[in-house]
Design a protein around this ligand. Structure first.
Ligand code: NAI
Ligand SMILES: N[C@@H](CC=O)C(=O)O
Length: 368
């Protein structure tokens, strides 16, 4: 039996129907979203009902409401083929507050964000393939959100929910120009370079970061700098710099031979990274520097790559998966605004998705 986990919204009348939710993706992040929803569902006042859960293999729907962790277990345990994507709006129904939470890394799903927004369905996403790829897709998402009156909740896409995109948008809305951005924007690469000691193989640390859920499903997305390219594009575009993907110069850490392999062959070949990383670590160490994977944007260009930073460089600080972003704006000239905190991990990312979802349910006054 499916148990509806829903409650009366705090801010609207008791008769208002709950927002209907669809969760796409039941992996590291999606699994944590379900756990968080389950926990929230025990507290009266949520104002939502989970009606659809799917992953790449299966899906489950119930307009009467699904119990989050139970639905997750059932979807993960099923081997039935997932229906075609148009079923997601069908499962949500045609009226009322409808929210799709995208916890996948699927380009096919990101390609649907604009269509869903245009239909008035709110989209909350951890996937950067919506706003961080082609400028055309970015524009269509922004335009569709305006047209459909729907919210695009994207806090989880950069900094795993740290207030990075929001701070940039607020500065711009307040009349500031964003003059420059520099930051460590990859939680997995931050973790790697905070732990790599030049003695044990770099590839072993990559495996640990993947098992901890910090990397993308294919860790080459992180190591190639592509994930950071998407993040700096999202920040730059939010700052009003409408860059194309090719406007960002990216230095990949992935040797050609590793880049060419099928995803299933990558783990066994990660040792291809070891020689070069050992040499770069030793070079940096000789001059008293630390390696950090840094993204930089100024008025004319953006670039992403590995840098050897002196110990007193503001971007060299931080621990674990910390992201660290320095923003120069009209009001922060010479002395940037610096924001730092954990920038990867299923728990923080899921919390950011749920926060965005709750902001939508609470209404415009809570949108920032
Ligand atoms: N892990 C992290 O620290 C962070 C992850 N993210 C983003 O969150 C997203 C998910 O990451 P993870 O949970 O780590 O990945 P994962 O590989 O653990 O889970 C991905 C899930 O998406 C599902 N999926 C794939 N294609 C699908 C499709 N067409 N339809 C429905 N479901 C589909 C898979 O079956 C799986 O359940 C990615 O876009 C990632 O960039 C964002 C911030 C931080
Ligand atoms: N793989 C990403 C996860 C968050 O976006 C990272 O390492 O930062």
């Amino acid at each position: 039996m499916n148990v509806a986990v829903q409650a009366v919204p705090r801010t609207s009348s008791a008769a208002a129907p709950p927002a209907r939710l669809a969760l796409l993706g039941t992996g590291n992040v999606g699994g944590e979203v379900l756990a968080r929803l389950e926990q929230l569902g025990r507290v009266p006042g949520g104002g939502w009902s989970l009606v659809h859960v799917r992953n790449s293999r299966a899906c489950i729907s119930d307009r009467a409401g699904l119990r989050p962790t139970d639905a997750g277990e059932r979807v993960r345990g099923q081997a039935i083929a997932a229906g075609a994507l148009p079923e997601v709006p069908e499962a949500l129904g045609h009226d009322g507050l409808r929210i799709i939470i995208d916890a996948t890394a699927s380009d096919a799903i990101a390609a649907r964000h604009a269509e869903w927004l245009a239909a008035g369905i709110h989209v909350v996403t951890a996937c950067k393939l919506g706003q961080g790829t082609s400028l055309e897709r970015w524009r269509s998402i922004r335009a569709a959100a305006d047209r459909g009156g729907a919210v695009y909740g994207d806090a989880a896409t950069v900094g795993a929910g740290l207030p990075l995109i929001r701070s940039i948008r607020e500065l711009v809305a307040g009349g500031d120009r964003i003059l420059g951005i520099a930051g460590v924007l990859s939680g997995s690469l931050a973790w790697l370079f905070n732990h790599y000691d030049g003695l044990r193989p770099f590839s072993g640390f990559v495996r640990q970061a993947r098992h901890a859920g910090y990397t993308e499903p294919d860790p080459r997305e992180d190591l190639s700098g592509e994930d950071v390219r998407r993040k700096i594009l999202i920040l730059a575009r939010s700052a009003g710099h409408e860059l194309e993907e090719h406007d960002v110069r990216v230095e990949s850490l992935v040797p050609q031979a590793l880049a060419r392999l099928a995803q299933g062959e990558v783990d066994a070949s990660l040792a291809m990274l070891d020689g070069d990383m050992r040499a770069r670590f030793a070079d940096a160490r000789k001059s008293g520097c630390s390696l950090r994977f840094v993204a930089r944007l100024d008025q004319s260009c953006a670039r992403v790559g590995l840098e050897a930073l002196a110990a007193d460089d503001p971007l060299a600080a931080g621990a674990g998966t910390d992201n660290r972003l320095a923003i120069e704006a009209d009001r922060y000239r010479g002395q940037p605004l610096v924001i730092q905190g954990p920038g990867a991990g299923a728990a923080v990312t899921a919390a950011a998705l749920v926060d965005d979802m709750l902001r939508i349910i609470r209404g415009p006054a809570s949108h920032h």
